[in-house]
Design a protein around this ligand. Sequence first.
Ligand SMILES: C[C@@](CO)(OP(=O)(O)O)[C@H](O)COP(=O)(O)OP(=O)(O)OC[C@H]1O[C@@H](n2ccc(N)nc2=O)[C@H](O)[C@@H]1O
Ligand SMILES: Nc1ncnc2c1ncn2[C@@H]1O[C@H](COP(=O)(O)OP(=O)(O)O)[C@@H](O)[C@H]1O
Length: 289
Amino acid sequence: MTTLVCPAPAKLNLFLHVVGRRADGYHLLQTLFRMIDYGDTLHLMLREDGRIVRQQPLAGVAEENDLCMRAAQLLQAEIGCMLGVGIRLEKRLPMGAGLGGGSSDAASVLLGLNRLWGLGLSRARLQELALKLGADVPVFVFGQTAFAEGIGEALQAVALAPAWYVVLTPALSVSTAAIFAHPDLTRDSEIIRIADFSEASQFAMRNDLQAVVCRDYPEVARHLAWLSQHGEARMSGSGASVFAAFDTAAAAQRVLAQLPPDMRGFVAAGLDMHPLYDYAGDSEVAQSK
Ligand SMILES: C[C@@](CO)(OP(=O)(O)O)[C@H](O)COP(=O)(O)OP(=O)(O)OC[C@H]1O[C@@H](n2ccc(N)nc2=O)[C@H](O)[C@@H]1O
Ligand SMILES: Nc1ncnc2c1ncn2[C@@H]1O[C@H](COP(=O)(O)OP(=O)(O)O)[C@@H](O)[C@H]1O
């Protein structure tokens, strides 16, 4: 049996500014995405019968809402592919944590099936399909550290120095939709240029969703306060996770070692490239030239 083992890395939003709102209610963002070497793992088993099968339930997520299933079904319908897949998900990322777990799972299914089903779809085409699954899905197909605009789909690659992150994951789930709908949310941050942060210095990094999440979820504020004693701590996405960056793995591990027993977290390195980057068609074209 042909099986592909596909990592699905988490992401951090190193900053996140809300700069406007579209007519359909979606918010216009400016955010810096960085993947980290910590995440879920998918096992994709080729099926000749055309069926898409979930190998195990996912707590609290009905099959029709499971982003892995939706990604496989979308791809199969778009391509008219006669092959199927059995999907087993090793879930390591907490859900509703602002780490993009579901989005990354969906992107890894698109990338993995592009390879397993021999589709040869380009990265651009896969990113279009990804956006139908969620605002956060395209960046994982893009596969590099990215400055994102629009609702998260207009992506520009950015080179960052190596960094290790202490990520704390409060034991609660934050609804992204509820935070974006919050009446007190700041929605008119000044629009910045990529040079403002790539040239560094004065640019103040912040997450515009952080204040309302901290107000509604004191546990997030408590985790931020603890991590702020050790570094510049910020929330990722719509929370609940918070993180701080360090120059070495050892420095990050020293902080994690001091974590109070009622908090949980991990250390992860920033990734420059998605582990499945080569599964999108354009990189194969590039290599064959
Ligand atoms: C906030 C971010 C930052 O990276 O991450 P998470 O906290 O989810 O990880 C993302 O923008 C989340 O992306 P994603 O989780 O894919 O969102 P979607 O499923 O597309 O949308 C969920 C809901 O959030 C709202 N939403 C989402 C994205 C956006 N730019 N504006 C919005 O207003 C919409 O109400 C939408 O119905
Ligand atoms: N494979 C999946 N993994 C995680 N969440 C999923 C998945 N499929 C659907 N979901 C739904 O998406 C929601 C958001 O999940 P997730 O991506 O983990 O959080 P966030 O958007 O905060 O980063 C979950 O609460 C869950 O209902």
